[in-house]
Design a binder for this molecule. Structure first.
Ligand code: ATP
Length: 641
């Protein structure tokens, strides 16, 4: 049984619906230790036959038997393994990968063996030493002469210790001196017990081998033995594996480094999209925080003012009764409920000056201690004036009013709906910043004023104190959801605190919209990555062909492009994070100076979000180009110029 047997191989190419037969029944037997030259006219089908033997072409009739085993039914994966393990290719135009060093070109084949990384490097260095190029191993292919390139290709073909070396016009691009050197190397290969099949036009090359096969018109017309084959040496096979994930990632990084300038530009472009999205999110959070900070510096955030939800001005309908207080108290997280009263228009008279305050309100626990600028909160029989209002009585020294008596007049309606003026002399207990209204008293003082005119006092709001800030929204939502007997909302929230959550929703919404608009630049980044990867696939078509010829699987080719996209996404997002942090630092410095608050609040979550979005978008963008790369036909890819 021969080592390699071709049985009646037939192959036609289909052009414009007509078939052109190229191989018309080729039957040959080869053994190890042979150096077979295939001669024939140009266009006679020699390369076509080599592609079939080399497992690059599975579209033929007949059969190829290796050690008696048919390749006919081999799957794509099995053919990949066959090329990896059994075949070493040497091409006329060398087909080295330009962005890899000489050593790494040889390593591509070795990375598909089970040797350790160190063994791989040692073997690659040894092979380069054998072909006289050890000193040049760190150079790139474009820094070598043609003869040197072909020697690298030979070292690469031998790397995985294959049994068959297929050389397609290996000396076609070389001068006579280099031709001699390459032939000597190929002689050595055959002498080491491998089968060398060499397609050539040169009689000099053909005469060098052990056998000449001549093709004409799609068949073999001469098969001449020149010498005895070299003796076969038995050696252990080098176990093969597919290109590991680590090797794929390394190759992707090597390619990115080779095209550093272009990749840096892409990374910069893509980072702008991520940067704008993270910045908008951070700015949204910062602005929201700032507004809340401003509101809560005026009022206690855990106190919520509740009033009856009605359009009516009827004091009875507006009244907050004991039953309401009990109802509100029952809500979980509610610590305390205080009745309150407010009314519009109060006349305050001091030393002959009368001024009208727009609003009078009772103090509650909602009042922050720091709101009392000077003096104390009003006790019964006392009043506290807002600073601006107090200045109406003493422009320069508003605090001098403290301790003085003022006359306060309020208007109420009696049961006949007639206005009744209630007047009481109250002592000024303190001056506030005005956040609780221009005039503040306590509940008992107001009650006393009503009693003095025999009028019924009705509280018209309640202050609900909540146990912690984190429960405020929860309680607010529950209060809003409470229904009256008609099934309508019973209460409404009033005061500054009531608008906080609505305001927050609007701010949040506004910045989500801004972030979404910024997201358009993300889309542009994604399109840019798609275009760049498509260009990259076109540019690297030949490289893909070479890798496939070396036995790299479709999936590995796909992973190669996906890895590049992954790194583009990762590096873009890292750059974006650096930009964001710098801009945040700058903006917050200025904001701290003017408003005493860091306006850009970039949290760890946003940073992680930025990285994930960037990587995911890049990977999605890479899906189509990388599948296209994986699907390229290796023969067409190799022929790509
Ligand atoms: N993909 C293809 N589609 C159509 N025809 C093809 C294709 N590849 C090769 N051919 C044709 O098949 C014939 C054999 O081509 P092949 O490359 O095998 O010849 P060759 O003997 O290696 O030629 P040369 O010595 O010039 O390299 C040629 O006529 C060529 O035009």
């Amino acid at each position: 049984m021969s080592f390699l047997e071709l049985k009646d191989i037939r192959k036609s190419y289909r052009m414009n619906k007509s078939e052109f037969p190229v191989l018309k029944g080729i039957s040959l037997e080869f053994d190890r230790g042979e150096f077979v030259s295939i001669l024939g006219e140009s266009g006679g089908g020699k390369t076509t036959l080599m592609n079939i033997i080399g497992g690059l072409d599975a579209q033929y009739e007949g059969d190829v038997l290796l050690n008696g085993q048919s390749l006919r039914q081999a799957s794509t994966k099995q053919l990949d393994t066959y090329r990896r393990q059994t075949i070493g290719f040497i091409f006329q135009n060398f087909n080295l990968i330009s962005h890899l060093s000489i050593l790494d070109n040889v390593m591509v084949s070795l990375q598909m063996t089970k040797l350790s990384r160190k063994e791989q490097r040692d073997r690659a260095t040894d092979l380069l030493d054998q072909v006289g190029l050890k000193e040049h191993r760190h150079k790139h292919p474009n820094q070598l002469s043609g003869g040197q390139k072909q020697r690298v290709a030979i070292a690469r073909a031998l790397a995985s210790d294959p049994d068959i070396i297929i050389a397609d016009e290996p000396t076609g691009a070389l001068d006579s001196q280099n031709t001699k050197e390459i032939l000597a190397l190929m002689d050595d290969i055959a002498a080491s017990g491998k089968l060398v099949i060499c397609v050539t036009h040169s009689q000099e090359v053909a005469d060098h081998g052990t056998r000449i096969v001549h093709m004409a018109d799609g068949v073999i017309d001469h098969d001449t033995a020149l010498k005895d084959p070299f003796p076969v040496k038995d050696g252990a096979e080098m176990p093969a594996k597919h290109l590991g994930f680590g090797a794929t990632v390394r190759m992707a990084l090597q390619h990115m480094r080779y095209n550093l300038g272009r990749n840096l530009l892409i990374i910069f472009g893509a980072s702008i999209g991520i940067f704008s999205v993270i910045l908008m999110l951070g700015l949204g959070k910062g602005v929201k925080g700032y507004i809340n900070h401003e509101i809560y510096s005026q009022i206690k955030p855990t106190a919520v003012q509740v009033a009856q939800k009605t359009d009516s001005e009827n004091v009875k309908k507006l009244e907050i009764k004991d039953a309401d207080v009990q109802r509100l108290k029952k809500l979980s997280h509610v610590k305390k409920v205080q009745l309150g009263f407010f009314t519009q228009g109060a006349q305050v008279q001091s030393n002959g000056t009368t001024s009208t305050a727009q609003m009078v309100q009772t103090v509650s626990d909602q009042l922050l201690a720091k709101s009392v600028k000077k003096g104390t909160r009003p006790a019964t029989g006392e009043v506290m004036l807002g600073k601006a209002f107090a200045q109406k009585f003493n422009k320069k020294h508003p605090y001098r009013l403290i301790g003085k008596k003022v006359k306060v007049s309020l208007t109420a309606m009696d049961q006949h709906h007639l206005p009744v003026v209630m007047t009481k002399t109250l002592k000024v207990s303190g001056v506030s910043d005005g956040s609780g209204g221009q005039v503040q008293t306590n509940l008992q003082t107001i009650k006393n004023m009503y009693q003095s005119k025999n009028l019924t006092f009705r509280a018209n709001f309640a202050t609900v104190m909540i146990d912690s800030l984190s429960n405020v929204t929860k309680v607010q939502d529950k209060i809003r959801a409470m229904k009256n007997s008609d099934g309508k909302a019973q209460y409404q929230l009033t005061g500054a605190g009531a608008i906080v959550s609505t305001l927050n929703t609007y701010i949040q919404l506004a910045f989500y919209v801004l972030a979404a608009i910024a997201g358009i630049s993300l889309l542009v980044s994604a399109i840019m990555i798609i275009v760049v990867l498509y260009i990259s696939v076109s540019e690297r078509t030949k490289e893909i062909g070479i890798l496939r010829a070396l036995g790299v699987r479709k999936r590995d080719v796909k992973n190669l492009f996906l890895s590049e996209a992954f790194f583009l996404g990762l590096f873009s997002s890292i750059l974006a994070l650096v930009f964001t942090e710098l801009v945040a630092l700058f903006a917050n410095n200025i904001a701290n100076k003017y408003i005493g608050y860091a306006i850009v609040s970039v949290t760890g979550n946003y940073l992680v979000f930025g990285i994930v979005v960037s990587v995911v978008i890049s990977l999605i963008a890479a899906l189509a180009p990388s599948s296209r790369a994986a699907k390229l036909d290796p023969i067409e890819a190799l022929a790509y110029e």
